[in-house]
Design a protein around this ligand. Structure first.
Ligand code: 766
Ligand code: MG
Length: 214
């Protein structure tokens, strides 16, 4: 039984990146995905847009749906102010195991709480399990057909506040048509599309940034 792609990505991080240096972890993963094996990280181009949204918002509570190998987890957590918290949900235990080690290698354990399980079950438990009031920032990067139901769930569970920013990956490729339709036509959100490319390719993709108006 050989290694998996996430395990080979982790091995590259532990071999080439400097412990405690998030930037070197990010650079190592981008190099691995561009020159060795493509992987579904948000990537460097869309990652720069993610960075600018997080930096401008300076969130103290953040939620990421879809951890994968922890690349965007590291991108977000490295920018969070002291005392702030990023909760990241991953469905696949093998991905979660790799992500925990990538996050640890970057030295970001104290800012990140990785939780394994399906978003539909975990979102309603956020308040009681993790003492969350509301999220300042949500990064959607999980099953594309869960973006809309989980956004509605976040609203219903009172986890969004006036000004909460939702940032959705892959709204073009693989695509999230129902989510885009809803969020762009809802009077409860102010949305803007950031045109970019599918990670490590020339294929069009983009991020949709939506502010909840309450
Ligand atoms: O599927 C993608 N991401 C989701 C996988 C995570 C599943 C989870 C479900 C779940 C449920 N509850 C809690 C946590 C979680 S995590 C994805 C796919 C591509 C792609 C792949 C092939 C291709 F040719 C072109 C694009 C690009 C991307 O950037 C992606 O993000
Ligand atoms: Mg994605």
């Amino acid at each position: 039984t050989g290694s998996t792609r996430p395990q080979r990505l982790l091995r590259a991080v532990q071999k080439k990146a400097t412990q405690g240096d998030p930037q070197s972890v990010i650079a190592t993963i981008d190099h691995f995905c561009r020159h060795s094996e493509w992987a579904m990280n948000v990537g460097d181009e869309k990652g720069s847009i993610l960075d600018s949204v997080v930096t401008e918002l300076n969130p103290s509570s953040a939620l990421e749906l879809g951890t994968y190998c922890g690349y965007s987890t590291v991108r977000i957590a490295r920018l969070l102010p002291p005392g702030s918290k990023l909760i990241t949900l991953e469905f696949n235990p093998a991905y979660a195991a790799v992500a925990r080690q990538v996050i640890a290698w970057a030295g970001l354990n104290d800012k990140v709480q990785l939780v394994e399980g399906p978003s539909g079950d975990l979102i309603p438990q956020m308040k009681e399990l993790f003492g969350v009031q509301t999220f300042d920032f949500v990064f959607l990067d999980h099953w594309k057909d869960r973006y809309l139901p989980d956004t509605k769930l976040l609203e219903e569970c009172g986890l969004l506040r006036k000004g909460t920013v939702l940032l959705a990956d892959n709204v073009i490729c693989p695509g999230t048509p129902e989510y885009l339709e809803y969020i762009r036509n809802s009077s409860r959100y102010e949305s803007r599309y950031f045109k970019s490319h599918l990670e490590y390719t020339k294929v069009e993709d983009g991020l949709e940034k939506s502010v909840f108006l309450g």
